[in-house]
Design a protein around this ligand. Structure first.
Ligand code: F55
Length: 796
């Protein structure tokens, strides 16, 4: 029977003519094939977009081959698998990343050239897949790349939202949000699986039934929505392994569009479909749930997917008929979770009534878990009611809530922070009660980013330069080899080439800025960049006030002193959450200040300020390689990790930063001498807040805030409330306290930049020291310390 099947498969493989070939001629044939039969363009006149489509389909075919082999192999070996559950992924574009990881970039470029096209031009045709908000979502994407490259038997699960993150359009300096119709031009990077679909239940009631004298609960739903799988192959670099990112869409039925449903509904839709899929796969080869945790690790990306805990309990108890105790024993070995916030206000809470109505059985399960937990806790700590109520999964109050973080900590075997200081904050503040109870559950894994996307894809000339000087491309898989660059940190020849690569990247960025905003900038100036979500704690306002100070200084200078000023181009970019008014005012202020400075004939090239609209992954790929200095200036204790800094570091961009999140560890790797560090430290912040600041604000700070208040940049009334957030007792994020040392760090950056020799050495040392901040290292640590999984390498 199986011999017969194999013979059949071999015959079919023969008919297929073996695997697709990657020489330029075969690629040309494939591209033309897709022009004719997939894009269906008249033979053969096709434009850049159609060529992009045809090329992408040719690449997709190659991904599918490897994807098949990888999953076949995983099935045969049946290793313990990791399921990475995340509501958000910021994948960006896929074409360049795919051809690089497949190792066919040069062949594709050759093939296209012979057809009269240029690879780089076609790559620009692709839009971003932006299924998430910020750092958390991009981290998921970087981690998927590393999991594939390191051959881990991992699956990603997520949601296929109809609309991506809003597009940011700036009108008169104000942010407007427009829908991102990312699927309107087709998506060659996904494979629709019409037959992989599951019914997801909502609402209804819970009935009790008796079977063979045993009572059990039955959830009678009030509504069903069908989930359909869309598979997104994730190729590893330098390996055949290609793993799967499976995204769920609601089957169109007129009524449903998950993009518009309430968040809790989306979360459960995601959790239910993913777990049905995971359990079905487990049952294909196993008939006993006892070894479920030996074969499956479930990783929760923050608490957004934490309904999965209640769902597994429900399925095991109500559907698989396991006893509560047995099910609980399994659940406790299954889940781990990573938290991405350092602020208690950032913890997710869901109104009890909402869960009770949408997911009545899950609410019961959560209450039962909490009851057991509270009983155990009373035994362990006694009747300390205030601590018991702090630790309860249920928050009492006018409106009762479920604390998803408490649920996750109680039910997960491991809780991870995203940097060393982040774990310290969790232990001593955010989750102190839990840490005191279960210290062994708490770990940290410092975040990392993938050097494939953040150097190889986005900075090809730096990539080539690194490989040339290291004499190998092995660092693309083994990033610690970057350390080898330290040896050449003062080599004049490397300096020459390094400066050239950086300059060309700056020219590319300058062209983009001019096209985008009409502002002409000089590549001799220092490009000083802050790109990230706009948030008060990230202190874009500190940056803008610093720019106002610089402007004010130049204005008040003797003309003859101006030649000592180091020319700067300040670049800011980022989206504000649609309902976050203060963040939107920060964007407006940035534009108002830019308008004034950029049109002041006194200033010329000494200072420019530009806001780059619609910041996203592909904008980052352009901006980061062209930056000299980047700012990561959150109030200490607020940025759980920060990952943008790591991308700049890899690209040889210097950092001006507070000792917050993972920056603390970057300082250890690079050395304080090679960075510009300023501001209060994590342990100093609470004392500064208590002391109050009204009486000892630096004059320079008071002056620049007054300029904004008094309408120097226009929009006087509009900016008052923004100024209120940083003056008097309003200055929660300590802009006034850190202002003086911020200006000193900026002055130190100026002095370093004047000495190009020194700057270039620092730049090389940044790249050389960035290895620890690769997501490869992060994923290795998770695999060993949290998930207990091992590589499973598909043979070629
Ligand atoms: C998204 C949705 C919700 Cl409900 C809550 C938070 C988010 C989100 O986007 N968080 C986020 O991006 N957090 C960031 O995670 C990064 C990766 O760990 C960290 O580097 C960064 O410090 C943190 O702010």
């Amino acid at each position: 029977e199986s011999g017969e099947r194999r013979a059949k498969a071999e015959r079919m493989f023969g008919l297929m003519d073996g695997f697709l070939k990657n020489d330029p001629l075969s690629l040309q044939k494939d591209i033309l094939h897709h022009v004719e039969y997939t894009v269906a363009r008249s033979r053969f006149s096709f434009d850049d977009f159609e060529a992009y489509q045809a090329l992408s389909h040719s690449v997709r075919d190659r991904l599918i081959e490897r994807w098949h082999d990888t999953h076949q192999y995983f099935k045969r070996k049946d290793p313990k698998r990791l399921y990475f559950l995340s509501l958000e992924y910021l994948m960006g574009r896929s074409l360049s990343n795919s051809v690089i990881n497949l190792g066919i970039k040069d062949q594709c470029a050759d093939a296209l050239r012979q057809l009269g096209f240029e690879f780089e031009v076609l790559a620009e045709q692709e839009g971003d897949a932006a299924l998430g908000n910020g750092g958390l979502a991009r981290l998921s994407a970087c981690q998927m790349d590393s999991l594939a490259t390191l051959d881990f038997p991992a699956w990603g699960y997520g949601l296929r939202y109809q609309y991506g993150l809003f597009r940011q359009v700036i009108l008169d300096g104000l942010q407007h949000e427009q829908p991102d119709y990312w699927l309107n031009f087709g998506n060659p990077w996904e494979i629709e699986r019409v037959h992989v679909s599951y019914a997801v239940k909502f609402y209804g009631t819970v009935e009790e039934e008796t079977l063979n004298g045993e009572k059990y609960k039955v959830w009678v739903p009030g509504e069903m929505v069908e989930a359909v799988a869309y598979d997104n192959p994730i190729p590893g670099y330098g390996t055949r392994n290609t793993i799967n990112l499976r995204l769920w869409a609601a089957k169109p039925s007129g009524q449903y569009d998950m993009g518009k449903e309430l968040r809790l509904k989306q979360q459960y839709f995601f959790v239910s479909a993913s777990l049905q899929d995971i359990i079905r796969r487990f049952k294909e080869t196993h008939n006993d749930f006892d070894n479920f945790p030996d074969k499956v690790a479930l990783q929760l990306n923050d608490t957004l997917p934490s309904l999965a805990i209640a769902e597994v309990m429900r399925v095991l108890v109500d559907e698989e008929r396991l006893s509560w105790e047995k099910a609980w024993g399994i659940v406790c070995k299954l889940f781990s979770f990573t938290t991405h916030t350092a602020q208690p206000e950032g913890l997710e809470k869901i109104p009890v009534d909402l869960i009770g109505s949408l997911l009545p059985r899950h609410l019961q399960v959560i209450y039962d878990i909490n009851f057991m937990f509270m009983e155990e806790l009373k035994r362990l700590i006694g009747l300390d009611y205030s601590r018991l109520s702090r630790m309860s999964i249920v928050e009492e109050g006018a409106v009762k809530h479920i604390r998803m973080a408490n649920l996750s900590i109680v039910c997960c075997h491991t809780v991870n922070g995203v940097s060393r200081v982040h774990l310290e904050i969790l232990k001593t503040r955010v989750f102190k009660d839990f840490y005191d109870l279960w210290p062994q559950k708490f770990q940290y894994k410092t975040n990392g980013v993938t050097q494939r996307r953040w150097i190889v894809v986005s900075n090809p000339s730096l990539c080539a330069l690194i490989s040339k000087w290291l004499g190998t491309e092995a660092w693309i898989r083994d990033v610690d080899l970057l350390m080898g660059l330290r040896e050449y940190a003062t080599d004049v020849n490397l300096h020459q080439e390094w400066k050239m690569v950086r300059r060309v990247n700056k020219m590319r960025l300058a062209e983009y800025i001019e096209a985008m905003s009409g502002v002409k900038i000089s590549v001799d100036a220092m490009f000083d960049v802050q790109i990230k979500r706009i948030h008060e704690y990230k202190r874009q306002l500190l940056n803008i006030l610093g720019i106002i100070h610089r402007y004010d200084c130049i204005k008040n200078m003797e003309k003859s002193d101006r030649r000592n000023v180091v020319p700067r181009v300040c670049i800011v970019g980022g989206k504000a959450a649609p309902g976050y008014d203060i963040a939107k005012k920060i964007i407006k202020l940035c534009h108002a200040v830019a308008e004034k400075i950029n049109n002041d004939p006194d200033i010329g090239d000494l200072l420019k300020l530009v806001f780059i609209p619609d910041y996203n992954v592909s904008v980052a790929e352009l901006v980061i390689p062209g930056s000299d200095l980047s700012q990561h200036i959150s109030t200490a204790g607020h940025e759980a990790s920060g990952t943008g800094s790591m991308k700049f570091l890899m690209n040889g961009c210097l950092l001006l930063a507070t000792a917050d999140g993972s920056t603390v560890e970057i300082i250890e790797e690079i050395g304080e001498d090679n960075m510009f560090i300023f501001g209060a430290k994590v342990h100093e912040v609470s004392a500064l807040r208590e002391k109050g600041h009204a009486d000892k604000v630096p004059l320079q700070f008071a002056r620049v805030v007054r300029m904004v208040r008094e309408g120097y940049f226009g929009f006087k009334d509009y900016f008052q409330s923004l100024c209120d957030t940083v003056e008097g007792d309003g200055d929660f994020f300590l802009l006034g306290d850190d202002f003086t040392s911020y200006l000193e760090a900026q002055a130190a950056a100026d002095r370093a930049f004047v000495d190009q020799e020194r700057w270039t050495r620092m730049s090389i040392l940044c790249t050389a020291g960035s290895g620890r901040f690769s997501s490869d290292r992060t994923m290795e640590e998770y695999a060993e310390k949290t998930w207990d999984i091992e590589p499973c390498k598909c043979p070629i």
